[in-house]
Design a protein around this ligand. Structure first.
Ligand code: NAG
Ligand code: NAG
Ligand code: NAG
Ligand code: NAG
Ligand code: NAG
Length: 333
């Protein structure tokens, strides 16, 4: 489970924050700052190796530099029992060097299942997009991964069903929602009035399961082995109940906008992906030769023409969303 291959759900949300209007979030605790700098080598050979897809992040491009901070997060977002208010420190990485402030975007990576540094090290698309959009970059770590441990540490967090029970998609998404509101409300570090904010979300998988799905698929067996592995009974239909995954096209058409789904058909997970555009702003990009997450990697000289084209197209689409949003909100950029 340590070595991860990030998967391909790319979700971009636009949010506006008017000059004074942080409405319901006034009084929230701003992200607490505990920083250190992260320096990387600037050798170009390192850069080339990383660009070629060095998953382990042993070498990364010199442009990957950020501050590490921690946000005080709540244990359980969904009930009022006193124990729910226990806190943990959620790690996030920030680079605001390119941020043009006030009306400029924030590109936010909602961490998947792994050390968030791994994703910061490998998500070149964001680093390359930041200067162009004048954007702030934020990478937030997923609870129970990397250093974002509950109950004081990894061992305690995974001790038993009672401590592991807070590892759910729903809790993780609530962490991100709470974090984003708090980020916007922080008047010290993050000037009010950010015009737009994008949430770029991915979910990953360990490489031992990616090429060897449980086949033939038997739900009873899968549920039993999940229970064996975690000591917790899974709820196999809950995600669909909560997020409406069945007939995803119709659900998204009625409830969402501004999402890019990139799928490379060499990625086995593409069979479960959104391969057809759903609306003007929920767009599927499909590449026969594409692989897992390849569009989000650092660009390099060796990139095939189609990959360069895909990234340019994604950048154009995002620019269009930003323009549209600022125009809708009458915000001058
Ligand atoms: C942000 O990244 C750029 C290079 O990509 C670097 O020059 C700058 O120092 C970084 N800023 C922070 C605050 O780490
Ligand atoms: C990210 O890159 C830095 C600099 O190369 C490296 O020290 C760190 O171990 C990497 N982190 C991960 C999780 O790959
Ligand atoms: C993932 O794949 C790599 C390369 O084949 C291998 O070295 C590594 O042990 C694998 N990790 C897991 C968790 O299976
Ligand atoms: C699935 O596995 C269970 C338990 O191993 C078995 O009883 C059942 O017959 C299997 N179902 C199918 C459709 O193979
Ligand atoms: C669950 O674990 C027990 C004991 O380790 C083992 O005998 C059983 O086969 C496992 N069941 C599944 C479905 O993995």
């Amino acid at each position: 489970m340590e070595r991860l291959i990030a998967a391909g759900l790319l979700l971009l949300l636009l949010r506006c924050q008017a000059a004074a209007g942080v409405g319901g979030v006034v009084g929230r605790r701003p992200p607490t700052l505990a920083r250190h700098y992260h320096h990387t080598s600037s050798s170009s050979s390192r850069r080339q190796r990383a660009a070629a897809g060095d998953d382990a992040g042993v070498s990364v491009p010199a442009m990957v530099q950020y501050e590490t901070r921690h946000y005080t997060q709540r244990l359980d977002h969904f009930n009022w029992a006193p124990a729910s208010y226990a806190k943990f420190q959620q790690r996030y990485l920030v680079n605001d060097t390119f941020w043009r402030g006030r009306t400029a975007p924030i590109l936010l990576y909602a961490g998947n299942e792994g050390d968030v540094e791994l994703f910061a090290n490998n998500t070149g698309f964001m680093w390359e997009a930041a200067p162009r959009f004048g954007a702030m970059l934020v990478f937030v770590e997923h609870r129970y991964y990397g250093r974002s441990m509950l109950f004081g540490g990894r061992e305690a967090a995974f001790r038993d069903a009672g401590t592991k029970g807070y590892l759910t998609v729903t809790q993780a998404l609530a962490d991100y929602a709470s974090f984003v509101l708090s980020l916007k409300a922080n008047p010290l570090r993050h000037a009010r009035g950010a015009c737009t904010e994008m949430v770029l979300m991915t979910y990953g998988l360990s490489n031992d399961s990616i090429l060897q799905p449980p086949w033939p698929f038997n739900l009873t067996d899968v549920v039993a082995s999940c229970r064996n592995a975690t000591g917790l009974p899974p709820r196999p239909f809950w995600l669909e109940t909560e997020f409406g995954g069945y007939d995803i096209g119709n659900v998204l058409k009625r409830s969402a906008s501004n999402i890019l789904f990139f799928n490379g058909l060499r990625d086995p997970w593409s069979t479960g992906g959104v391969l057809k555009s759903i609306s003007d702003s929920i767009i599927a990009l499909v590449e026969p030769k594409g692989a897992h997450h390849v569009d989000l990697r650092f660009s390099s000289k060796g990139d095939p023409e189609w990959l360069t084209r895909v990234r340019a197209k994604e950048t154009r689409i995002i620019s269009r969303w930003l323009k549209q949003y600022c125009s809708d909100e009458a915000i001058s950029t």
